[in-house]
Design a protein around this ligand. Sequence first.
Ligand code: DGL
Length: 269
Amino acid sequence: MMNNAPIGIFDSGIGGMTVAKMIQKRLPNESMIYFGDTAHLPYGDKSPSSIRHYAARITAWLIEHRVKAIVIACNTASSHAFDTVRDICGPHIPVINVIDPVVEHVAGLMKEGKVGVIGTKGTIESKVYPRRLKKANSKLQVVSQSTPLLAPMIEEGFFNNNISKSVIASYLQKKSFEGVKALILGCTHYPLIQREIKAHYTSDVKVIDSAKVVADDCAALLEEKGLLADKNAQAEYRFYVSDYTESFKRSTRLFFKRSTDLSEARIWD
Ligand code: DGL
């Protein structure tokens, strides 16, 4: 029975849907419950203790909804609250963060050279990427840059225009980023502006987003734990936000190309 239970996924807003979408593609029989903590968006400028507090409450709520695994589809929460979420879940509910699978992927992909990381202030200030990348491959040179305007801009649907292009350019043309061979999109919102980021580079820079790597990791972990859904299971998707907005509703529809069941869960009242 547990096998057909949903996977719980959370983020501050729509960013985690880039991961949910890939999990849907990779594991079409898996049901999902998605929680976007829009009441606290953006997570990027909150303190680590606030992030842990939000993640703990959301985790408890997902467990009440009988999830079999949790994907922290947010780099900021993965940076600060992975251990908190794991402690609450205990040994029977596996937890996946969006950072470790990417670090492993990049360390395998690149023998040496410069890797750039962009993400929220919370993620970049935690230094989690440079620490883990250097540990996985000491020959990598890691440069990072917080890009706090990007997630709110994306959440507003404000991209593919001249202003978004110049915001992206002003972040990426920093001197320290010269000569990067790969750029890690260290925020789950950023795959939505991946095209614009790629267009910024004239040279051959690999732009790496976590969605596919995390979906593969999730599949491997569920298989290892014997938790994959039955092959004939009918997947169900439920979306919740802590503060309902029409724009979030439109985004879920856009992502999942179907009318989606979006409800408000006032878990902070
Ligand atoms: N998508 C999130 C991340 O990966 C959070 C963005 C934000 O709310 O600031 O960090």
